[in-house]
Design a protein around this ligand. Structure first.
Ligand SMILES: Cc1ncc(COP(=O)(O)O)c(C=O)c1O
Length: 429
């Protein structure tokens, strides 16, 4: 049947989530059918958006760039496999994430491994696996890395994560390169750390790393950071010898409704000439930019309630399923899956968890809802499922990957048995 009325869905950052006859679709499937088939709460991802975003980053930064998807944004094994199929590597921050890449059957050669406090077993596992380089930001890691290298009989490639004291203009909880943040090594102290790397026969300085924070919308912080790193490197010869890579981190912002996404082409256009002049290959670590707009959280209405001056819509998804609103006051567009024609009112969309901070959206204009009506929380592909928890002993949601007319269950809804499986019966322990 020809598609007569495919129109953009207000608030969606990707055309894969669009309206047909007033109903929300993901690619060529109605969300209503997915909810009926897989239940709610349900994360729905669009494969087309993942593909398109990777192409966009590649087109901006060119073939010389190594794209490393930040696994923390969404670590679902099937999504990792899809990302690998698109020719990109991974940015890891734990031995668990390394284990996920391996469990997905994927190579680790194009992985970078960051983290302010890596444990010995994590370092050992990554050296054994073979990765592109470690992003080191705490000097106490150097002897651990060197010992792991010696045991493996190989020099360990190290990029030093610098803290350039740049204000990324983002939420305080996701700003990482100000001088009082725990991340990176301050430029004033970095000379000593470079000297220690260079002096160690089991370490090889191969680059510098900077990650400014998340959800950046402006080009300037990236330029400012590289300029400061450049000035640091020019301070002594040993700081540039053997350096092949500049890892500019992730943090590429998306729209979340009516905001402006980061212009990745503008970032690349500003940085690439500076990097080429030094012979440094760019590494980029986008997470949110690749998966954020690719996902929506679908939730069913449990009822409406009025309290004081506030109207509430109670839904079956909660802060344990999508933590960002509670954690960062993040605003996700929320739309009805099937648009009605009735009058709308201003509501707080809240979940069943016993916390006042349990909300998915505040002061939203939505039509009156009946129990069972569906809402979609858009832009939920990043830091949604990967941050989900079992708080209030709730089972984490199912996840579905849509490709055209096909929907694949890529994570089953948790069962009560799984929820309890690691716990002991006091009387049997
Ligand atoms: C080192 C590092 N790289 C990349 C990312 C990905 O950030 P984003 O999802 O905003 O692109 C993060 C996020 O915290 C990070 O800590």
């Amino acid at each position: 049947m020809p598609v007569v009325d495919r129109v953009p869905c207000p608030g969606s950052g990707a055309s894969a989530f669009h309206l047909r006859s007033g109903e929300l679709w993901c690619e060529d499937l109605p969300i209503r059918e997915l909810a009926a088939r897989f239940g709610t709460p349900l994360y729905v991802y669009s494969a087309a958006v993942l593909d398109e975003r990777v192409q966009r980053v590649r087109a901006a930064f060119g073939p010389e760039a190594q794209i490393c998807y930040a696994v923390k944004a969404n670590s679902n094994l099937s999504l990792l496999q899809r990302m690998h199929g698109l020719g990109i590597g991974f940015d890891l921050v734990s031995g668990g994430e390394l284990g996920r890449v391996q469990a997905a059957g994927l190579p680790t050669a194009n992985c970078v491994f960051a983290g302010v406090g890596k444990e010995s077993w994590e370092i050992e596992a990554a050296v054994q696996a073979g990765i592109l380089f470690f992003n080191v930001e705490s000097p106490h890691e150097l002897p651990l890395l060197a010992a792991a290298g010696q045991r493996a009989g190989q020099r360990v490639p190290v990029a030093l994560r610098l803290n350039p004291d740049v204000d990324a203009g983002t939420h305080a909880y996701i700003s990482t390169a100000k001088k009082d943040n725990k991340f990176g090594v301050a430029l004033e102290r970095a000379g000593e750390v470079v000297a220690a790397i260079v002096a160690n026969p089991w370490l090889r300085l191969c680059g510098y790393h900077v990650h400014l924070g998340s959800q950046l919308r402006r080009v300037e912080p990236y330029v400012q950071a590289l300029a400061r790193v450049g000035a640091f490197v020019d301070g002594a010869r040993e700081r540039s010898e053997g350096v092949t890579h500049y890892d500019l981190g992730g943090g590429f912002g998306i729209a979340y409704g009516d905001g402006e996404p980061l212009d990745v082409h503008a970032v690349a256009a500003a940085l690439l000439p500076m990097l080429r002049a030094r012979g440094w290959r760019p590494v980029v670590e986008p997470g949110r930019y690749l998966v954020g707009d690719a996902g929506a959280l679908i939730t069913a209405v449990l009822g409406e309630k009025n309290q004081g001056a506030t109207d509430f819509v109670l839904v079956d998804a909660a802060m344990n399923d999508l933590m960002r609103p509670a954690l960062y006051q993040a605003e996700h567009p929320i739309v009805p899956v099937v648009s009605g024609s009735g009058p709308s009112h201003v509501v707080d969309v809240v979940g069943p968890v016993c916390e006042t901070g349990d909300f998915l959206g505040k002061r939203r204009e939505l039509p009156h809802c009946e129990r069972g009506d569906l809402l979609a929380v858009l832009g939920a592909g990043a830091y949604g499922a990967s941050m989900a928890s079992n708080y209030n002993s709730r089972r984490r949601p199912a996840e579905v990957l849509v490709e055209g007319k096909t929907a694949r269950l890529v994570r089953r809804r948790e069962t009560l048995a799984q929820l309890l499986s690691n716990e002991m019966d006091l009387h049997e322990a």
